[in-house]
Every structure is written in C-alpha cells, then in structure tokens.
Ligand binder design. Structure first.
Ligand code: SF4
Ligand code: SF4
Length: 351
C-alpha cells in the first residue's frame, strides 16, 4: 500500500533498537502488488511490479515461514503493505500470527475493504493507517481514481468504535496543501493523528514543492498533527550519494509478494535475493556487509527522497536529522497517547 509514498511511523524504541543491535528494525512485507485503487501518484498496480501473477505469490505457510526468519534476524516491526493488503484473504491470519510471534504490526489500507473486515482484524494492529487526500469527497476520489472517500469516513468511525490504533496518512502534494487546516479540524473531530507525508518524485510524478513543505512545517506543532522535521529538512536535497544518509537494507528490509528480498529497496531493485533460511547465513557474510555499506551510494540514490527508508535511517547516525526526527517522534507518541485518551472519553460519553 502506497509504498511509493509510504506511511511509516514506527515506535521510537523500535527505531533505536536497530542501530544499537546492528539488526534490521523493520520489514516492509509486500503481501500483494494488486490494488483496487489507481492513485495518480502511484504505479504499483499496473506498474512494472504488477506483471507478477498472483499465482506466484507466497502461500500463507510461506509468508509465516518468512516471518519466522524475520524474527530470527531481529526484526521488530512488520509493515504489511502492497498494493491493497486487504485484497489478501489470509491477511487476518497473517496479522494474528505476526502478533503471536511478538512482532509489532502496521498496515496501510485505502479503506475500501476495511469496513467489512474490521471485526475480524480487531486488536491485530499497532498502527493502522488510513489514506485520505482531502477533507471532502473531492478531490480525494479523483486523486485515487476510486470512490473510497465514503469508505474512509466509515472506517474512521468503525476503528474508533473498536478502539483501534488508527491514524490518517495525508500525502502532501502541490494540489492539496490548502486542505491542511480542514484536515486538522477533521483529525480533532474524529480523534486521529494526521501524518503529513510529503509526496516524493518516483513514478514520473514531480514530488511536492518546498513551498508546500514549508506550509506543513508551520503546522508541525499543532495538536493532532505529525510532521517529521527531519523528513521535511532532507527534502531539500534528498539523500546524497557522496554523503549517504539512507540505510535501506540495514534498517529496513523489503520482501516481495513472491518471497524475494529486494535489494537495496523496493523502489530501486538492483538485486532480488530469494528469502529463505539461507538468507540468515548470507547476512553473516562479508559480501552482504559490503552490500549494506553501498546503500545510498548508487547513482539512483542521489537526490532520493524516499521517506519509507530515510525515516528509519535517521537513527543510524547522531546528527541533526537524528535529533529532529527523535523530537518529532517523541512528540508523535505523546500525541497518540493524548488522542487515545480523548477517544476513550468520547466513547464513554456516547455509549
Ligand atoms: S491505494 Fe493508491 S497508493 Fe496505495 S497501492 Fe493502491 S494505487 Fe498505490
Ligand atoms: S537512497 Fe537508494 S537505497 Fe535508499 S530508498 Fe533511495 S533508492 Fe533506495
């Protein structure tokens, strides 16, 4: 789901654990490349990845075996992504298994299927992201080229009623920054954190202009808002290959629906490595250590603004990005706690 414009807010403790232990902190597990939306800023469905037939996707048992391997590797957080993850009929089973194994779980959905699956999925998330592009039905439906706005509204109500840890991902583009005040108002009314996710160029799209990032930065301290100032700051240059800041394949692993480790990242696959128990041995070799060191230095890495990988990478070096990101993430966790308490009060008052 929207890993072109990924939706990542791992727990701060998870983020710190990777650099300390030298282990990957999280995995983006692409359970499918199929999607029932066609967002203008995404080419996952119908893109080069989608030539893979669903018949070649990993079975439920294989995904569970991959989770065992990820556990062995020290991964703490699984971000189940796609495509639209809920198109997979075994998603509830996979989430439950991941929870039973002690992972923290995150999933992003376009909400088209969430209302009918919500009860089956109750209690299986640590972070549940809903994607919303505008406070009204338009331009959300036009941007996503579906009719999901009503489903998002319904999902917000259901998730609040079920006590789920939901939040909204707002992909900030050059066309929707003026919606931010109304989105914040909605966040307060419907009790969620509004995660402002700048659109970066990748699928031939241009990415959001710095002027609009500035607008988001000004709102970073508003209640219910999460703008990561390190993300906003690195947007001016992106990762620099001469002075790399990206630690993909160190901090975060990406697994494809057919069971390959995507190196260095989902967005620029230089190598596909079959993900099985041999991977554990491979990770001990000097070759893999060398490959990890190369991340961020490839020519395609120069100027990359892929926040899915940059955010967990900020914790791998004590510099300005580290400090800005840590401050933003601490504030985010406080906001979540505050909002959860508001939700409980709301539910008690309306029971
Ligand atoms: S919901 Fe939109 S952003 Fe997410 S995978 Fe589908 S088309 Fe891409
Ligand atoms: S900097 Fe390179 S490795 Fe990191 S996300 Fe961008 S393309 Fe991938």
């Amino acid at each position: 789901m929207q890993k072109g414009l990924g939706a990542v807010v791992p727990n701060l403790f998870d983020l710190a654990a990777g650099p300390i232990s030298g282990k990957p902190v999280m995995a983006y597990y692409y359970v499918t490349y199929k999607c029932n939306a066609r967002c203008v800023f995404c080419n996952i469905p119908d893109g080069p990845m989608d030539i893979l037939p669903a018949s070649q996707y990993s079975s439920t048992e294989t995904v569970i075996e991959h989770l065992r391997i990820l556990k062995h590797l020290g991964v703490r957080l699984i971000d189940f992504t796609g495509g639209e993850p809920l198109l997979r009929k075994d998603m509830g089973h996979l989430l439950r298994t991941a929870k039973d194994m002690g992972f923290r779980t995150q999933m992003t959905t376009n909400c088209t299927l969430y209302p009918r699956k919500a009860r089956e999925l109750q209690g299986l998330f640590d972070i549940l992201n809903f994607s919303l592009c505008s406070p009204e039905a338009e331009p959300h439906n036009t941007i996503r080229r579906d009719n999901s706005y009503d489903s998002v509204m319904e999902s917000l109500e259901i998730a609040r009623e079920l006590g789920e840890p939901y939040q909204v991902i707002f992909v900030l583009t050059n066309d929707n920054s003026h919606f931010l005040p109304a989105m914040i108002e909605m966040a307060r009314e419907k009790h969620f954190v509004l995660k402002v996710q700048p659109e970066w160029e990748y699928f031939g799209n241009d990415g959001v202009a710095m002027d609009n990032i500035k607008i988001a930065r000004k709102l970073a301290k508003e209640k219910n808002v999460y703008v990561n100032m390190a993300e906003a700051e690195i947007f001016s240059t992106g990762n620099l290959k001469e002075k790399p800041r990206c630690k993909a394949a160190n901090a975060a692993l990406a697994i494809s629906p057919d069971g390959y480790l995507l190196y260095p990242c989902y967005h620029k696959v230089a190598q596909r490595i079959k993900f099985d128990w041999n991977t554990v041995k491979f990770f001990e070799t000097p070759k893999w250590k060398e490959m990890q060191k190369k991340v961020g230095t490839f020519s395609f890495c120069d100027g990359c603004r892929n926040l899915c990988y940059l955010h967990p990478s900020f914790y791998y070096r004590a510099d300005r990005y580290f400090v800005l990101s840590a401050l933003a993430d601490i504030r985010y966790l406080r906001e979540r706690r505050r909002i959860e308490s508001e939700r409980r009060q709301y539910l008690a008052a309306t029971a």
